[in-house]
Write a protein that binds this ligand. Structure first.
Ligand code: ZN
Length: 312
């Protein structure tokens, strides 16, 4: 594929800085998200042809293991992402299996098309498949500003949930309200569960999405209503939080881990972009030559939405 735009993800920082125990051969090309024009296809390809405008589902699965045969592609025993151990989309050209190429929604710019696959697929699987989120339920998103957090906010509002968000930044809380968040909680002074309890008359929320991990996990557990679901797809502050197991069984909570999504989920999510019901938030666009500056913006958490690389 001739890449027209690629997008940054926090994964890129982990890969660049080195994931313990997972060697990456150098030189390596970062980048999981990309959109562009099919340049050429291998023998036997039938889904796409040169000239097609496509977006990539970044998750690569084997198609043969027990999980793939059940349609659970992101549980594949060899599941990996474009740009993780193989060359990614911070490039003029990238090679991917044809099953990973989907038609680009026509109304999206190249930058927007590159901006949604990884984060929206991750958020879609968590909210729709794992949590079975229903209209009228309450969702609390910890640390709005991240790509997954904003994607979850947009999907949840589309589904008719009441969505609260937390952030240490008043500006990010204001931006989230512009996107439909029903309330924002400033967590810079410390815990947020007390405020959640106060706002819900001690009940708590139905669903919490916490990809922050160690720093917020216990507060997230305490923020849940009885029978609530805690969703996690990452742990940016560390994977080993203080745990309160008694609260988990006594309140009959469900902890749902999730990674990426299936091809079926990607298709369902893509349809919402094609129908104009979802549109990604692009924070900023950098030329490929300034990938380093783009990564720095991500590392300093200055973004609200996706940081995109334009490839001329
Ligand atoms: Zn497999």
């Amino acid at each position: 594929m001739h890449v027209r735009a690629g997008a940054l993800n926090r994964l890129d920082l982990f890969v660049r800085n080195g994931i313990p125990g997972i060697p990456v051969a150098l030189p390596h090309v970062l980048g999981s998200d990309g959109a562009g024009v099919v340049d050429s296809v291998g023998p036997g390809a039938s889904r796409v042809k040169p000239g097609d405008e496509v977006v990539l589902n970044p998750g690569i699965n084997c198609g043969r293991c027990e999980f793939c045969l059940k349609g659970e592609h992101s549980l594949c025993v060899t599941f990996h992402l474009i740009g993780e151990h193989i060359a990614g989309t911070y490039a003029e050209y990238v090679v991917a299996p044809e099953i990973n190429a989907y038609p680009k929604p026509a109304q999206l710019s190249w930058e927007e098309a590159a901006a949604f696959p990884l984060t929206f697929l991750t958020a879609w699987r968590m909210l729709v498949t794992k949590a079975g989120a229903k209209p009228g339920e309450t969702l609390l998103i910890i640390g709005i500003g991240s790509g997954v957090g904003i994607a979850a906010l947009q999907i949840a509002k589309m589904l008719g949930l009441n969505v609260w968000v937390t952030s240490g930044s008043g500006e990010k809380l204001a931006r989230a309200k512009e996107l439909g968040a029903d309330a924002g909680i400033d967590h810079s002074a410390g815990g947020f569960s007390r405020e959640v309890r106060r706002l819900t008359g001690k009940r708590g929320v139905d669903i919490v999405l916490d990809s922050v991990g160690k720093a917020t996990w216990k507060e997230s557990i305490v923020s849940l209503a009885k029978g609530g679901r805690l969703l996690t797809c990452g742990a940016t502050t560390g994977p080993n939080p203080e745990e309160d197991i008694a609260r988990i069984f006594w309140n009959q909570l469900t902890v749902c881990g999730s990674t990426m999504g299936t091809h079926g989920e990607f298709s369902d999510m893509l349809r919402m972009f094609r129908d104009g019901r979802l549109r990604p938030v692009v924070d900023s666009v950098f030329p490929l030559s300034q990938a380093k500056e783009a990564l720095q913006r991500l590392e300093e958490k200055r973004q609200f939405g996706k940081i995109v690389l334009r490839i001329d």
